[in-house]
Every structure is written in C-alpha cells, then in structure tokens.
Design a protein around this ligand. Structure first.
Ligand code: IMP
Length: 428
C-alpha cells in the first residue's frame, strides 16, 4: 500500500502518535492534514518520552519528510517552541515542510477563543483555547492569512493590521476588553514567520509527485472521528475534519489516490471537554482507568472522562472512514478487572437503537446496553511480546470488537513503548 491514513475512531487521545511512530519507519512521508496545536501526541522511544502538538510523530524516524498540510491552522510561536524542544533533545527537524496554503493562528484567535468560551458559560465547548475555531472561522470567512502570504511583506502586514483592527472592535465593543496592539503583533509574528519561512513549500505538488513515484505516505490524523465538524457530537467538537475524507481536502490528494485507513481505537472510551458520553463511568472503575491510564490531557492537563468501549460509536466511525483495520491500544490499561463491558446498542425510549444519533438531545437520553466479557489480569500482561502471548480473554475481547464493528484488528498495543506493539497483520 502506498498510502495509509491513521486516525482516531473515538473522541481523540486513542494513541495515534505511538502507532504513527511505529509505522513511520516504513514511510517516506508523514503528513498531518487537519487541526493545529490543540492535538497532543505522546511518543515513547527507549527511556525517553516526547510530547508533540504540531509536528508529525514521524519526525523521530530520522529521514522521513514530515508535512504540515494545507488543512492545518498553525501557530508559528508554538511551532518554533516545538522545533526547539525537539532540537534540544537531539531530534533533527530539517525534514519539516509546511504547506504554503496552511492558515496562521494569531493572538486574536486565541483571545477570542477564550472570550467566547467565557461568554458561553455553562454551555462552553471546553476547547483547548489554542485559537483553533476562530482561525478556521476566518478561513471560511475568507479573511484568514496563509503561509504563502508571508512572502509578500506589504500584503501580509496590511491584512494582519486590518484583521487586528476588526477583531479589536469585537474585543472592545462586544467583550468590553482592551484591544490588541497591532504594531507589536506585526513585529513579533513577522519575526517568527521569518524563522519558519525555510520550511514553507508547495506540499500538494510535493506529495502528488511523490505518490506518482510510488513513495509511501502516512497521513496522521489529530483528534478523532467523534470530534469531526460534520460527523462528531456537534457542537462539542473541533472545527476541522479528522475523518479519512479530511485527507483529500487537508493535503490536496485525490480521494481516489487513498488506499486504506487504520482506525486507532482505545480499549475503552475517553473524552475531554463537554458533551454527552453514553458509556461514561462516574464510579471507582472510571477513576481506576483514569489513574492507571494517566488519562489527563497532553495539551491542557485536564482529567479525561473515562468509560467502557462503545461499539455503536465504532460501527458509525467505521462506516464514515471506511477503515481497513483497527489498531486497538491500551489493552494493558484495561487489565485488572474481573469483567469488562462493551456497549452493543443504545436503549432509547424503550427501544434498542444501533445507529449513532445526530442530535445530542437524543444521545443524552440513550442508555447503553452492555455485554459483559471476562477480563484479564495485570500479571497476564507482563512479557507479552506477540499476539499469541495475549491472554485468551483479551483475544476474545478483540474478537468481539471485530464482530461488532465489522473491522478486523491488525495491531494490538499493550504499552507505550515501540516494543509493546503486537502486529497481527502487516498493513503498510
Ligand atoms: P478545540 O479543538 O480547541 O476547538 O476544542 C474543541 C473540542 O475538541 C474540545 O472538546 C477539546 O477538548 C477537543 N479536542 C481538541 N483537540 C483534542 C485532542 O487532541 N484530543 C482530544 N480532544 C481534543
């Protein structure tokens, strides 16, 4: 396969970074196609743990070209901090390429994200406050500033000043706050962008030419399917398209050039931010999963909400993304329970439904219908080096996921390290 999309099948934080890092060795390119520094990917290599927000996890594989596609919104200040973070740890970032069509996040996006969340009060989305939504809004409104604009100083400064003046009217009149200093922002951001200029390229042309040369391309999704702007739990979601369809728009690849998609599934469910969550556990089991799995946001440090695996959601996710297989992560975290549960349907007003509803009012009324399976112990999870070593009960759990979702499991992950990745079937 010359292309593989790796993306989250749930609400994000499924362990995509680790799986991408593992498969990146076989790729020539690793490409992000949406989102920004709202993402948080943790990768463990040997004794070292790295936390990334923007740069594709393929950066650790050394010789891979790592692309930030046109579908991203990029905060140049965060990007430079991440480049420095990696360089200080001996990781080379010279192979980074940034699409000339990607949009730029400025301080007014971040301030508006914060002010809008505050104004929404109890209805707030619970964003990462990185300015993601306001930057995508400017893109749709056609007032955004893109990476290619950096090469046209006069136009760049004029547009940025106009945007700051317009946003200041909102900040001052609607929110009663002090406006931003246009001169200071223009100076500061021109400086950052001067530093990242060398990475900006026509990545669409680069990727399409490389596909013709049969190069291998991995597309790395951020967030997850249920946070997709169209198919997620609206409005409690992000402003981009993490689904496989997002690759075409966010990287400039024809949908007919995409070969397969790997859905990354956590063995249980988590979500950060607000919104209904049918299988959420408000008890000691939920707390135990959170503690054992260190389920706290990489980007915001917020405790993640935890619950049982939801097969209704997985089936929906598989439908939209056309997954060729699943990578199931965190099987080790789910160890230690006598019984584990999978939600196989929702009970709504006395009826069983198996389709994921569009309306959150409806979703909030759905009660999970569970199937109970035997669990596996922590002891049984030590020294698991290949699929055959997995306890039979864990294998049964994976089998049931396959039956319920209609998607086979090709990778099982039993820990954060590269060596704790069990390949059931070669996929890339
Ligand atoms: P935003 O992407 O910052 O606008 O946040 C919108 C919603 O997406 C919030 O519920 C966030 O918690 C959630 N979100 C954004 N990025 C991630 C991620 O990488 N993992 C999980 N949730 C995320």
């Amino acid at each position: 396969m010359s292309t593989l999309v790796i993306l989250g099948a749930q609400w994000g934080d499924e362990g995509k970074g680790k799986i991408t890092d593992y498969l990146a060795n076989k790729a020539d390119f690793v490409v992000r196609y949406q989102g920004g520094d709202n993402a948080g990917h943790t990768v463990e290599i040997g004794e070292n743990q790295y936390k990334l927000h923007l740069i594709p996890s393929g950066i650790f594989a050394g010789d891979k070209i790592c692309v930030l596609g046109n579908g991203l919104v990029i905060n140049p200040k965060s990007l430079l901090e991440e480049i420095k973070y990696l360089n200080d740890r001996g990781i080379n970032t010279e192979n980074l390429r940034i699409s000339d069509r990607a949009h730029i996040i400025f301080p007014y996006h971040i301030l508006l994200d914060q002010l809008e969340e505050e104004k929404k009060g109890k209805n707030k989305i619970g964003t990462t406050v990185k300015g993601i939504g306001p930057c995508y809004r400017d893109k749709v409104e056609r007032t955004g500033i893109r990476m290619c604009d950096v090469f046209h100083k006069e136009f760049f400064e004029e547009r940025l000043r106009e945007n700051i003046n317009n946003k200041n009217e909102i900040i001052e009149k609607l929110y009663g706050k002090e406006g931003l200093d246009a001169d200071a922002i223009i100076k500061e951001y021109s400086g950052y962008l001067e530093e990242i200029k060398k990475y900006i390229a026509d990545t669409t042309d680069l990727l399409n030419k490389s596909l013709k040369e049969n190069k291998k391309i991995l597309f790395e999704g951020a967030q997850g399917t249920l946070l997709d702007l169209d198919f997620g739990t609206y409005p409690y979601l992000t402003s981009s398209h993490p689904i496989s369809g997002g690759v075409s728009i966010g990287a400039g690849i024809s949908p007919f050039g995409l070969k397969s998609a790997l859905g990354v599934v956590k063995a249980y469910t988590t979500r950060v931010g607000r919104g209904p969550f049918p299988t959420e556990l408000h008890d000691e089991i939920g707390d135990a999963i959170r503690e054992k799995g260190h389920e706290f946001g990489t980007t915001t440090g917020r405790p993640r909400r935890c619950g049982w695996l939801d097969a209704v959601m997985l089936k929906y996710s598989a439908q939209i993304n056309g997954f060729s297989s699943f990578a199931v992560t965190r099987i080790d975290t789910l160890a230690g329970f006598d019984k584990v549960k999978i939600c196989v349907g929702y009970e709504l007003d006395g009826e069983k439904i198996e389709a994921f509803p569009a309306s959150l009012e409806t979703l909030a009324k759905c009660n999970p219908i569970y199937e109970e399976l035997d669990g596996w112990s922590d002891e049984e999870m030590t020294n698991v080096e290949k699929y055959e070593d997995l306890p039979q009960t864990a294998k049964n759990y994976l089998k049931r996921i396959e039956e319920l979702s209609g998607v086979k499991v090709s990778i099982a992950s039993v820990g954060p390290k590269r060596s704790e990745t069990l390949i059931i079937e070669e996929i890339f």
